[in-house]
Design a protein around this ligand. Structure first.
Ligand code: HPA
Length: 256
């Protein structure tokens, strides 16, 4: 392996449901990482896309075994930082709450509300030596990475809405219609299960982080019909669009 001659990847992609692998990535090597917080969800897959080196991490593990609440988010972000990554793009399949976000649509959310509980959500956990920093979270999704994703979508001729508020729920069950009504009243446009604590941990590590949200179903009570059928259908149809965005965003973000 000619690792010494290679430039480390500056950008990592964390793939979620429907993107357990990244077919557009020319794989160089898979690295099993370890961190003070334990092992990340999966080996870090180093490869190139459009000539730029990137790292891919399957959030739910190989074979999609980890439910959202059991993911070791701290190990995942730490491992990426340790590998030299400077920016993170997260891919998240979500349910649609806002009328503008019909299944099949993409958005680059700008804000979020955390409804999760009981997850290891900070590096400043009060243990000896952990230190303490109250990070700002005015922009939970980093503007520069968001901009690169929006511009990449435009260049790829893929529609991706600029903005949206993500509700992050605990899962693994889907929400009740009453819960979705509450999220809507709270101002949420979409609902997923993994942006938190992922976004906050990235911020604690000074890693600019943004998300490509893929609408794969109407949230319970918003639309009708078989939710799992919708999810399967729209996941299968949407990932090519996500890959097209990544192929353009990576060279922009990973350039020297
Ligand atoms: N709710 C929460 N998370 C999701 C959904 C949903 O409806 N669809 C995909 N991820």
């Amino acid at each position: 392996m000619t690792t010494a001659a290679r430039k480390p990847a500056k950008v990592a992609v964390i793939g979620g449901t429907g993107m357990n692998q990244w077919p557009g990535l020319d794989v160089i090597e898979s690295v099993v990482a370890d961190t003070p917080y334990g092992a990340p969800s999966a080996p870090l897959v180093h490869g190139t896309v459009a000539g730029v080196e990137a790292i891919f991490l399957a959030r739910h593990g190989e074979g999609h075994k980890l439910p959202p609440h059991a993911i070791n988010y701290r190990a995942n972000l730490w491992a990426l930082k340790q590998a030299g990554v400077e920016q993170v793009i997260a891919i998240g399949a979500v349910g649609a709450i806002a009328g503008w976000f019909a299944p099949g649509a993409l958005a680059i959310p700008h804000d979020l509300i955390d409804y999760t509980w009981g997850r290891e959500h900070t590096y400043f956990d009060g243990r000896p030596g952990s230190g303490l920093k109250h990070i700002e979270f005015n922009q939970p999704y980093a503007p520069a990475v968001r901009r690169a994703l929006i511009e990449a979508a435009r260049a790829a001729n893929v529609e991706a809405r600029d903005g949206g508020v993500m509700a992050v729920t605990q899962g693994p069950r889907l929400e009740s219609p009453g819960e979705i009504r509450r999220l809507k009243q709270d101002g949420c446009d979409m609902v997923g299960m993994t942006s938190m604590p992922e976004a906050a941990l990235a911020a604690e590590l000074d890693l600019p982080y943004a998300c490509v949200a893929v609408s794969v179903n109407w949230a319970p009570g918003i639309g009708s019909g078989d939710i799992h059928g919708q999810i399967e259908h729209w996941l299968a149809l949407s990932m090519a669009k996500v890959r097209a965005i990544l192929e353009r965003a990576l060279p922009a973000l990973g350039a020297d």
